[in-house]
Write a protein that binds this ligand. Structure first.
Ligand code: GUN
Length: 285
């Protein structure tokens, strides 16, 4: 069997067109959805992410403001900026790009963002809302993974009810929230660590496998049940310096039923869901 590709670029294009249309409707009512992106320091990966987020806003009719501060910015000054953005009616979403310099307490900053503008979905109020099934912003990467599952079977969606999903990786921004979203769809969910003993015994039982570790070849073909759906959240570089995921793509695609590529899989979906969250923040305002 050769897996069908889940094309994150194509799905993103479709979802971004819907965002652009809804943004135009809002603009006609005098509301331009606005995102503030705050970057502190010069982390090279952050530079790329931030640029892509701002461009995605521009391309789809959202207003965006990039506030870029030197790495020496005092924590109190950053908190004051967050407070000002919370109060700014032209800004519907506030995103502080991570990582922050070590002298700044990232949690303190995230918790200072108004939950109504928390389009990253990192605030405890957003995490709590997801936990108890209340409306709130969902973190963009796991939200994008769910949208990819919804796109399967010609848009009818992959029925998770009674299925076993194994999530490898337990971060607050991917593994944990994704597990909750899968549970909401009545899947059985196992959350693993990359060091989980006999990880293969877990993944071989799985109908859906999500790899979100940040390490190459965490998932190889011998670990995958034939026909399983494989979602690769990893962003790594191989020996030739080329972008690759956590999954041994060439091996696993011979066994899986569906697989997301890297690049062109989950990556573009993350920014797309940020646009969706920002639009919804503006629609609720
Ligand atoms: N750094 C890496 N990924 C992310 C993300 O999704 N949001 C923010 N704010 N920072 C990040």
């Amino acid at each position: 069997m050769t897996a069908q590709l889940i094309d994150g670029n194509a799905l993103s294009k479709q979802l971004r067109a819907e965002v652009a249309q809804r943004a135009a409707t809002l603009r006609a009512r005098g509301i331009t959805p606005g995102l503030a992106v705050v970057q502190v320091g010069e982390n090279p990966a952050s530079q790329v992410y931030v640029r892509n987020k701002v461009k995605a806003c521009e391309d789809n009719g959202l207003h965006s403001v990039l506030e870029h501060y030197p790495a020496t910015l005092p924590e109190a000054d950053l908190l004051a900026r967050i407070d000002a953005l919370n109060k700014n009616p032209a800004i519907h979403g506030v995103l502080v790009q991570l990582p922050l310099p070590p002298h700044i307490d990232a949690q303190k900053v995230i918790q200072a963002i108004s939950p109504a503008k928390d389009v990253d979905g990192f605030h405890v109020a957003s995490a709590g809302a997801l936990m108890v099934g209340l409306p709130g912003f969902r973190p963009c990467t796991p939200y994008g993974c769910m949208k990819m599952l919804e796109s399967l079977n010609a848009g009818k969606g992959y029925d998770l009810r009674g299925k076993h999903a194994v999530v490898i990786g337990r971060s607050n921004i991917v593994g944990k929230p994704l597990a909750l979203m899968l549970l909401q769809k009545n899947a059985t969910v196992t959350i693993c660590h990359s060091a989980t003993q006999n990880l293969k015994a877990m993944t071989l039982q799985a109908d859906v496998i999500v790899a979100a570790v940040g390490k190459r070849n965490v998932l190889t073909a011998d670990m995958v049940k034939p026909g399983a759906v494989v979602i690769d959240v990893g962003m790594n570089r191989n020996d030739e310096g080329k972008l690759c995921g956590d999954v041994d793509f060439e091996g696993v695609r011979q066994v899986a039923g569906y697989i997301t590529p890297v690049p062109g899989g989950v990556g573009p979906m993350t920014i797309t869901m940020l646009l969706v969250n920002t639009l919804e923040a503006a629609e609720r305002s």
